[in-house]
Design a protein around this ligand. Structure first.
Ligand SMILES: Nc1ncnc2c1ncn2[C@@H]1O[C@H](COP(=O)(O)OP(=O)(O)O)[C@@H](O)[C@H]1O
Ligand SMILES: Cc1ncc(COP(=O)(O)O)c(N)n1
Length: 268
């Protein structure tokens, strides 16, 4: 049996809906062996983030080295990286270990408003991380910060993906979850030449905590299986659509998505 393996480098969400927890649950559901390097511990639930405790660059580097030197991930993803030191460390390790399939979810601000990346580190994302990125998966506000453009029209979004692609990443997937007035939630994949749209019916729900983490983890899992970027995004879109459409209804605030939904639902 060949075991497909994926590594997530991200923050811990104690509430289990986003971050490392969402990534590992998603890997498991897609039959990928999940491994992790924690960047920060957050005290968090469906009502918001009440504490952020970053780990040292040394701690992040040691976790990555331990995994990469023995367990050779087939694909790697990043989530909350918090500061420039951790971004530089991930960029260096990506080169050192020759990661080909590096998915970067440029997490900046939690849905509740808490900053998960220091503002002064945004330049490091562009200069250090994007040149080693296989697929970048920004949401609309993140793409606006990275490009300085206002992304209210489809033409502006296409322009943003072109600009992001020019920073060095192979594929750019601009997510449409924040386009609230639209009846559909449409994601745009740019391969450097052409665009592919992934359209999902918008679900009117407040239970979207961790959608971006779950979606990018599903893409990473499929890439670990050797799928093409287009096939990986297609499966991930089905995974996140099911996870949003069948919420668990737990917690008093922005609840988590349902990581069991894609494979047929929760055990009763
Ligand atoms: N209300 C929704 N209904 C359907 N799909 C959604 C909804 N919100 C987000 N999505 C989808 O979830 C994925 C994550 O997108 P998004 O929420 O924009 O990311 P993030 O969590 O990084 O802000 C995308 O595929 C997006 O289209
Ligand atoms: C540790 C961690 N990583 C990522 C997110 C983003 O998830 P969301 O945008 O759904 O709040 C989060 N809230 N916490």
């Amino acid at each position: 049996m060949h075991v497909h393996k994926a590594l997530t480098i991200a923050g811990s969400d104690s509430g289990g809906g986003a971050g490392i927890q969402a990534d590992l649950k998603t890997f498991q559901e897609l039959s990928v062996f999940g491994m992790s390097a924690l960047t920060a511990i957050t005290a968090q639930n469906t009502l918001g983030v009440s504490g952020i405790f970053p780990l040292s660059v040394e701690a992040v580097a040691a976790q990555i080295d331990a995994v990469a030197s023995d367990l050779a991930p087939d694909a790697v993803k990043t989530g909350m990286l918090f500061d420039r030191g951790i971004i530089a460390c991930v960029s260096e390790k990506a080169c050192l270990y020759g990661w080909e399939k590096l998915v970067v979810d440029p997490v900046m601000i939690a849905k509740g408003g808490a900053p998960l990346l220091k503002a002064e580190s945004i330049d490091a994302v562009k200069t250090l991380l994007l040149p080693v990125t296989y697929m970048l998966t920004p949401n609309i506000p993140e793409a606006e910060v990275l490009t300085g453009l206002s992304l209210t029209t489809i033409e502006a979004r296409k322009e943003a993906t072109r600009m992001l692609s020019s920073f060095g990443c192979r594929y750019v997937l601009l997510k449409g979850g924040h386009d609230d007035c639209n009846e559909y939630s449409t994601d745009l994949l740019f391969d450097g030449t052409s665009f592919t749209e992934y359209v999902g019916k918008r679900v009117h729900t407040q239970h979207t905590h961790g959608t971006g983490c779950t979606f990018s983890a599903a893409i990473t899992a499929e890439l670990a299986w050797g799928k093409t970027p287009w096939a990986a995004v297609d499966t991930a879109k089905q995974f996140i659509q099911a996870a949003i459409e069948q919420p668990l209804g737990i917690g008093a605030g922005h609840g988590p998505t349902n990581h069991w939904a894609y494979r047929g639902g929760v055990r009763c």
